[in-house]
Ligand binder design. Structure first.
Ligand code: NDP
Length: 474
């Protein structure tokens, strides 16, 4: 029972063969959510790879698993009123998307950015369901956030929000969110613009309101229940996944010329681990532009950049001004700068690497793309990587180290114990290897060995789908 549809978003040049079941669910998702392009893109990317597993398991269609998976279990939308330093009342719109709790409590980050809307958070929550399933830990999927922009002061042009404003915002945000979350219900973490400072303020407010000390947020500071390696975990995990892909081809990262986008949490720790493993990191980027150091950004430069971004809260443009050996490309991304590239690590945001970028990377020698960000490659770029049969790992597999280590933080909190840095790192490495191996084996089992897009989607999907079938219609 095959039909052929032209899937415009996934690949302009390719006719995709899909079962009627997938075709129907996708059409329904598009009809029901016409204003949610990112969500449709994420659903499209997953569903169009599930054909073999759906054919082999008719119980999934019988139990309407796809229809249920594309509908969040619950979406909470709320206002966040807060008072700025000048005494003006500001109002933001916030959300928590509780997508799927079949295999564990909802788990996923909070993003504070003006681009936050329901479409973006539903795409992130949908991805999170598969990612959390891949970690091998019992965590469902959720995501949340707000259109609050801590990087732009509401009253003073060119300034950021003050710490006091960020604190008042976080306290107001948590005053509503706290009733919807809990250590056995929903455990948020950080994401874009939500780091140690914001998690600290939100945790403090949760504790006051709930009158209990529980590990309700992950990414906490080390003095109050945080886990060693959690800040590093997403970036390190992305690189560990890349190592696993390379090992399958008898290679390693030593001497590889790498380009990275972003200069935030994921990008900086991916850069640190790549340097430790002997690779050359040539680029980083932020909203101001991209820096390029052909011989490699040094550990000292990276340390300075981390202080600039996390403490001084400045821009790479400022860094380039003070470091004459660094080339700076204003408002550019990292992809089309270097002449010879072995590996690319998109670690900034969704849809930041398009078909033209992919073509450039492939033309300039790139044989590995490890996604640290969520859905950073456009469907056309993914199609180019898959067609070229390079080592390409989708974010839901290769950036799962962050949420996996959040899972380890939850275990430490409930057991009232703390593991050493070495213990957590060893567990992270083991989890990344399991994710890699499961995705690889699923790709082989379903007929496209080494296609990590298909493998990760199928491996993540199967566990959740089986749990949903077992739990009946709910
Ligand atoms: P951060 O906020 O720490 O860093 C994001 C980086 O991306 C910053 O350097 C930012 O620049 C840059 N960026 C954001 N938007 C733009 C834009 N429009 N143009 C150019 N640069 C931009 O976030 P994280 O590092 O935590 O997250 C990065 C990605 O990784 C996201 O996709 C996130 O969902 C994903 N992720 C994060 C995890 C985590 O543990 N933190 C876990 C799994 C996935 P600037 O500094 O100028 O704002």
């Amino acid at each position: 029972m095959q039909n052929f549809i032209h899937n415009k978003r996934a690949d302009k040049r390719k006719i995709i063969k899909m079962s009627k079941y997938i075709d129907k669910v996708l059409a329904d998702v598009k009809a029901k959510n016409p204003n949610e392009p990112e969500f449709i893109q994420a659903v499209d990317e997953v569903l169009t790879t599930l054909d073999p597993v759906l054919k082999a398991n008719p119980q999934y269609e019988k139990n309407a698993i796809l229809e249920r998976m594309v509908e969040p279990e619950r979406v909470i939308i709320f206002r966040v009123p807060w008072v700025d330093d000048k005494g003006f009342v500001r109002v933001n719109r916030a959300y928590r998307v509780q997508m799927n709790s079949a295999i564990g409590p909802y788990k996923g980050g909070l993003r504070f950015d003006p681009t936050v809307n329901l479409s973006v958070l539903k795409f992130l929550a949908f991805e999170q369901v598969f990612k959390n399933s891949l970690t091998t830990l019992p965590m469902g999927g959720g995501k949340g956030g707000c259109d609050f922009n801590p990087k732009v002061s509401p009253h003073t042009p060119g300034k950021r929000c003050s710490d006091a404003e960020v604190m008042r915002f976080c306290q107001s945000f948590m005053t509503e969110l706290y009733r919807h979350i809990g250590p056995d219900t929903d455990i948020p973490a950080g994401d874009m613009n939500v780091g140690a400072r914001e998690i600290g303020y939100m945790f403090g407010q949760y504790k006051r309101l709930a009158n209990e000390w529980t590990g309700v947020l992950t990414g906490k500071g080390l003095t109050y229940g945080g886990s060693l390696i959690r800040p590093e975990a997403t970036g390190y995990g992305t690189v560990y996944f890349a190592e696993n892909m390379l090992q399958m081809r008898g290679e390693n990262l030593e001497g590889k010329k790498c380009v990275i986008s972003g200069a935030g949490n994921v990008a900086s720790f991916a850069a640190e681990k790549l340097m430790q493993l002997g690779a050359t990191v040539m680029t980083l980027s932020d909203r101001s532009g991209a820096i390029y150091v052909p011989d490699g950004i040094t550990p000292k430069m990276l340390k300075d950049i981390m202080i600039l971004k996390n403490v001084k809260r400045g821009e790479l443009a400022d860094f380039a001004k003070k470091n004459k050996s660094v080339k700076f490309f204003a408002k550019a991304n990292s992809w089309q700068i270097a002449d010879k590239i072995d590996a690319a690590f998109p670690c900034a945001r969704q849809n930041e690497l398009n078909e033209e970028d992919a073509t450039y990377l492939l033309k300039h020698g790139c044989t590995l793309v490890g996604e640290g960000a969520n859905m950073p490659s456009t469907p056309e770029a993914i199609a180019a990587f898959v067609k070229a049969k390079i080592m390409y790992s989708p974010g839901k597999a290769s950036n799962a180290g962050g949420v996996a280590t959040s899972g380890l933080e939850m275990s430490q909190n409930s057991g009232r114990i703390s593991w050493t840095r070495e213990e957590v790192d060893a567990k992270l490495k083991q989890i990344m290897k399991s994710i890699h191996d499961n995705a690889y084996e699923a790709s082989a089992k379903y007929g496209d060995k080494g296609n990590y897009v298909m493998g990760a989607n199928i491996a993540g999907f199967t566990k959740v789908a089986d749990a949903m079938v077992a739990q009946g219609v709910c």
